[in-house]
Design a protein around this ligand. Structure first.
Ligand code: HEM
Length: 480
């Protein structure tokens, strides 16, 4: 046995003490700079192998993709999925294969994502209207009005996702979104019982399991209400598929989804997974894109000039104009390079003993790919890797993309478990960014350019720790 190298470990906590006080993806990058691109940690009882370079990521997600195509079933995930597996945390096997096929070929393919364009454009219109409304609400006329960009884009991404999944109306959509938000929060991160799976004490001490159960019970009840409402509105065989839930219910009626029986537990779980995986990731990307643009006035000006040029004479952003905005696409790509919303990707597990880069990875080890470290690796990106420079995709790295073939840029992962929501995520993000840049001029409050707080929050997604507040002024008024 030749295990990957790693830092020294303590008897009970393993390598956890090396992670204290820093966000996991940052602590792991620092450890990798000392121990190498494939390293072995122990989080409590759990062996964790971390890939931190493009070459190591290629080994995990391409060369040995089949060996790493399952997810660890931690106690948090077990509790969260006791009702049934959707896709994100489903173990490798027939259920996952069937649901994934359904997602890729039916629910999230490019044609289906295009068909949700109308509701996305409506939601982008509402986003613009809410920015304008919060400017009017600001009572003190002597000071320039400030807007909580984080809150508004988070609401936009949630609503755009809800509408793609469940159509126009959800009875109590605020309660639904709040419950979903809570669900994502409890599943995120390493909880105590996950690190010490065999310790009854840890289970007794941790209220996580009870909290997860309560959150998911509530979510299931709300979900059942949405499904029943939808069923009542569907009239029968000739119904058109307007949203993802329509497709799921039709598939259920046809009694086969690539061999996977679509019971209610699976439908609930798939919907929960699509909400969970889709909304926070897109919102996080938007918030970082706006943050980085505020720190790079030249990039902001160029993106804004492009958007306004492409839409000259128009009063709102329509998706069919987005192909005329190539720089905007580079801004999003550069944002995903520096701020992959899921910095360690979704954990995988080693299904069989496997030799990677000359090291033995033990069966059962959790495997993390540090997409955040890989996106900032000077070996791949050069000495300015830490600088936000969308132009690098025009000069230094024109061919590099995030669609799973280039391992130096893996915000959506790669291989069998790669994100199937990439088209949807990019569409939601591009439309909102174009809308914010078209309708408003943006400034940092007080004009303090260098000083924008860029701290990240702890969690499975690395969003901003503190909300992004910006000064805005209307350039093109929103439609009445
Ligand atoms: C900027 C937006 C997004 C980012 C950065 C992102 C990122 C990711 C990542 C890193 C993974 C794990 C990949 C791996 O293990 O190799 C993943 C999985 C997944 N994503 Fe996304 N995602 C985004 C948007 C979406 C959207 C909009 C949806 C659906 C509405 C979605 C649905 C999923 C699903 C279902 C999986 C699990 C796939 C599986 O386990 O087979 N994602 N995503």
């Amino acid at each position: 046995m030749n295990p990957p190298p790693g830092p020294w470990q303590l008897p009970v906590i393993g390598s956890l003490h090396h992670m204290v006080g820093a966000l996991p993806h940052r602590a792991m990058r620092d450890l990798a700079s000392r121990h190498g691109p494939l390293m072995l940690l122990r989080m409590g009882e759990v062996p964790v192998v971390v890939a931190s370079s493009a070459a190591a990521a290629r080994e995990v997600m391409k060369t040995h993709d089949a060996a790493f195509a399952t997810r660890p079933l931690t106690s948090t995930i077990r509790t969260a999925t006791h009702d049934g597996f959707g896709i994100v945390f489903a173990p490798h096997g027939d259920h996952w294969r069937g649901v994934r096929k359904l997602c890729v070929t039916e629910l999230l393919n490019a044609r289906r994502v295009r068909s949700f364009r109308g509701s996305r454009e409506d939601e982008a219109g509402s986003l613009v209207a809410s920015v304008a409304a919060s400017l009017l609400d600001d009572e003190d006329e002597r000071k320039p009005a400030v807007v909580n960009v984080s809150a508004l884009v988070a609401a936009y991404a949630s609503h755009a996702t809800v509408r793609a999944v469940a159509g126009d109306r959800i009875g109590d959509s605020e309660a639904f979104l709040a419950s979903l938000d809570e669900g994502v929060r409890v599943v995120a991160g390493f909880s105590l019982p996950d690190l010490f799976p065999s310790s009854r004490l840890a289970h007794a001490l941790s209220g996580t399991a009870r909290r997860i159960e309560a959150v998911f019970r509530e979510f299931s009840m709300l979900m059942d209400g949405v499904i029943e409402e939808k069923r009542a509105r569907r009239s029968g065989a000739g119904d058109e598929d307007k949203d993802i839930l329509d497709v799921l219910l039709r598939t259920q009626d046809q009694e086969a989804a690539g061999g996977v029986p679509l019971d209610m537990g699976t439908i609930r779980a798939v919907i929960r997974d699509l909400f969970g995986a889709g909304s926070e990731t897109s919102s996080t990307t938007l918030q970082w894109a706006m943050s980085e643009l505020m720190r790079k006035p030249a990039a902001l000006r160029r993106a804004q000039a492009e958007v306004r040029g492409a839409l000259a004479g128009q009063s709102r952003v329509r998706e069919d104009a987005l192909p005329q905005m190539p720089y905007l696409r580079l801004v999003i790509k550069e944002t995903l390079r520096m701020h992959p919303p899921v910095p360690l990707l979704v954990p995988r597990e080693c299904r069989e003993p496997c030799r990677v880069m000359g090291y033995d990875v033990p069966q059962g080890a959790m495997v993390l790919v540090n997409a955040w470290a890989i996106g900032r690796d000077a070996a791949s990106w050069g000495p300015d890797a830490e600088e936000f420079r969308p132009e690098r995709f025009e000069d230094a790295a024109p061919a590099v993309d995030f669609r799973g073939a280039d391992f130096e840029l893996v915000p959506f992962g790669a291989g069998r478990r790669m994100c199937p929501g990439i088209n949807f995520g990019v569409a939601v993000t591009e439309l909102a960014l174009a809308s914010l840049l078209f309708h408003f001029d943006w400034e940092l409050p007080g004009g303090a350019r260098g000083g924008l707080d860029m701290q990240e929050a702890f969690g499975i997604t690395a969003g901003r720790k503190n909300d992004l507040w910006l000064q805005a002024a209307v350039h093109v008024p929103a439609n009445p």
